[in-house]
Design a protein around this ligand. Structure first.
Ligand SMILES: [Zn+2]
Length: 415
């Protein structure tokens, strides 16, 4: 019974049909079955939804200052073939992608169509490979386990060393990501907060060829840019798909206020705007959002509403992840940015302000331009260097702010 329950409740999946337009997720029917078998789960989810809404409402009132948080990740590589034993470099490429995507530092965020550009969120969450294991010993944040079990995700054995997988590290204190054969031709799956059964299954399960953007991921086009994990991390922080728990209806959505109603999943890489029967007019649906099924190259943003929902999860059911101070410095966007001040010139400037950041291509840095009154005028992501066009700005004092640590640097526009 228990095993069957597990099978039917793995709720949130990418099928390999991503890209060929077939109904892909199977989540709806599995979730319905799971709820039928375990009605208490529905009540748990309802209560969490109430808490989520209450937290977001309170947050809107208080407008509390947001700090960037860094959360420890452990990657368990559970491999059967040598090819699945992916390199540390490939793993680190995925952590870098998560950081860019969750900090709005992905270069393609800038391609968001204009009507939605103001919705693109810097979620303010960063990830690092854990620096300490549960015993307090230094670690790379990567474990490697050889297995003989095929399709170990499908067999519900990935989270058990005894059964050929790898036991999790404390799932309350680490985000566990198992890189293994997710099975059933899945790209991966993850659990919404409180839905993993048994609890030690909690985390993300990603097929190795879709993890990161180097090594074996190179052959996985058009899903070769690590967005499967970005999508699944969204689920881990309580985001639903854009079309909600039930596709083929406009009645149920994703409980996010700023995502347009959407009928069903979108595949491949459609042109903008794309309208459907739930949003038949205007700018259409948000198919370039991480919580759709479009190709990796064609999904590039979370919305502000999704951010609020994720932060509600982080301050609610996922709050034990906070305050772990378990990050090695080298994988954090913030700690890198903190170390180095940008060079701004010419200063005084006219027409253009050029900013050199020393992080280079591997560590994008977000910069904001403020006027004397503290109004944000522009923001840019620097991959080593960027230019602010200030040709329309009045002479006077301006500020360049490093988003990562809030430090500001003065610059002057000459008359
Ligand atoms: Zn999904």
């Amino acid at each position: 019974m228990k095993r069957f329950f597990l099978l039917v409740f793995i709720p949130l999946v990418f099928l390999s049909s991503k890209g060929n337009g077939q109904p892909s997720c199977g989540m709806e029917i599995r979730q319905q079955q799971a709820l039928l078998r375990n009605p208490a789960l529905a009540e748990d989810r309802r209560q969490l939804e109430q808490l989520t809404k209450a937290w977001i409402a309170k947050q809107a009132l208080e407008k509390t200052r947001e700090n960037v948080v860094r959360l420890p990740v452990v990657v368990h590589v559970v491999w059967r073939t040598q090819e699945q034993n992916i390199s540390d470099e490939q793993i680190r490429s995925q952590i870098a992608i998560l950081n860019r995507d969750f900090r709005k530092m992905n270069p393609d965020a800038g391609t968001t169509p204009t009507p939605f550009a103001a919705l693109v969120a810097d979620v303010g969450i960063e990830f690092c490979l854990a620096a300490k294991d549960p015993a307090g010993m230094a670690t790379t944040g990567i474990t490697r386990t050889k297995t003989t079990v095929t399709d170990i995700g499908d067999k519900d054995r990935w989270f058990s060393t005894l059964r050929g997988g790898k036991d999790p590290w404390n799932t309350k204190k680490y985000i566990n990501i198992w890189v293994c054969e997710a099975g059933d031709d899945l790209f991966g799956f993850a659990f919404l907060p409180g839905t993993a059964d048994p609890p030690e299954a909690d985390g993300l399960v990603i097929s190795s060829q879709y993890f990161g953007s180097t090594g074996t991921a190179l052959a996985s086009r058009p899903n070769h840019k690590g967005r499967t994990t970005t999508h699944e991390m969204g689920h881990y922080f309580n985001l639903d798909h854009l079309w909600g728990p039930d596709d083929s209806t406009c009645d149920e959505g994703d409980n996010v206020a700023d995502t347009p109603p959407q009928y069903e999943a979108t595949y491949e890489c459609p042109g903008f705007p794309l309208r459907d029967r739930c949003t038949p007019g205007g700018s259409g649906i948000l198919f370039f959002n991480y919580m759709d099924y479009t190709d990796d190259e064609c999904m590039y943003m979370f919305t502000l509403g999704q951010k609020q929902r994720m932060l509600a999860a982080l301050n609610g059911p996922r709050s034990n992840l906070l305050g772990q101070s378990n990050c090695s410095l080298s994988t954090s966007v913030s700690s890198q940015a903190e170390a180095q001040a940008p060079q701004i010139f010419p200063n005084p400037a006219s027409g253009w302000i050029r900013v050199l950041t020393q992080e280079g291509e591997s560590r994008p840095v977000k910069l904001e331009l403020y006027d004397y009154h503290g109004r944000k005028l522009q923001e840019k992501v620097s991959h080593g260097e960027c230019n602010f066009d200030v040709s329309g700005c009045a002479p006077g004092v301006y500020w360049i702010r490093l988003a990562e640590n809030g430090r500001v640097y003065r610059c002057i526009l000459a008359p």
